[in-house]
Design a protein around this ligand. Structure first.
Ligand SMILES: [Zn+2]
Ligand SMILES: [Zn+2]
Length: 247
């Protein structure tokens, strides 16, 4: 049976150097509930060590959490990737770390904290998560897909770190599941068409780095259950699955 689920699949935690230190599991889940979100995605920059903790915190409050990453390509394009299975995310993380170099300077870029489901600090990630990987957009899409991932180009309306801003176009044949519009665009436009979308499905998520931004924009999915395969069907409008962008 098709149900209605309110999604915000682009949320950072205190693991992202630019993520506020208040972005810890219990506070993220509390805010998600308050905003009526059924499903959230945890997508830190090039890293996924806090996914497990937010998933555990979400289980207690009945908020479904999908794990993923916002990967930075060598062209400095941000790509959202999300996975059903922890093993697939772990496999993808391994590929990303093999292609990400450098050490973080926490005073310059920010702290990168690994926490547990009770927000206790377990560790610090010392990699240069703010940096770009050595992988091209095409390689990221292909590798995430080979591990059954959902792949969405981040905030395509923004000039910085978006596929259109960095490349000027969407490469032909790129196997993206959709394009994300940022809150700023969605709030500014009554009509949610995006001129450069070239037929790709559009979604909007918050890209929250601060608690108050969680659920600022969301997309409602009409699907059977919360699985990547169902989300993909909604994106392509198959079998009665669909989505509605909201603000
Ligand atoms: Zn981004
Ligand atoms: Zn982001």
């Amino acid at each position: 049976m098709i149900n209605r689920f309110k999604f915000d699949l682009h949320i950072h935690t205190c693991l992202s150097p630019c993520g506020d230190l208040e972005m810890v599991p219990t506070k993220i889940i509390k805010r998600a509930k308050l905003k009526g979100l059924d499903v959230i995605g945890i997508c830190d920059h090039n890293a996924s060590e806090n996914v497990k903790a937010v998933k555990k915190a979400g289980e207690l409050e009945n908020v479904k959490v999908l794990g993923g990453m916002e990967v930075t390509s060598k062209e400095e394009v941000h790509i959202l990737t999300l996975f059903d299975e922890d093993e697939d995310l772990i496999g993808f993380q391994k590929i990303i770390y093999e292609n990400l170099h450098g050490v973080n300077n926490d005073e310059l870029f920010g702290y990168q904290l690994v926490v547990d489901e009770n927000d206790e600090i377990l560790d610090t990630n010392n990699r240069l998560l703010i940096g770009a990987t050595e992988l091209s957009v095409e390689e990221i899409v292909e590798k995430a897909r080979s591990l059954n991932g959902l792949v969405i180009a981040s905030h395509v309306d923004r000039e910085r770190f978006s596929i259109i801003g960095q490349l000027g176009f969407i490469p032909e044949g790129l196997d993206l599941d959709g394009l994300e519009l940022s809150a700023r665009y969605v709030f500014g436009k009554k009509n949610l068409d995006f001129p450069m979308a070239s037929g790709f499905p559009l979604v909007t998520f918050s890209d929250a780095h601060y608690i108050d931004d969680i659920g600022k924009t969301s997309t409602t999915f009409f699907i059977n259950d919360v699985k990547i395969s169902e989300i993909k069907k909604a994106l392509s409008g198959e079998d009665g699955r669909k989505l509605e962008m909201q603000n």
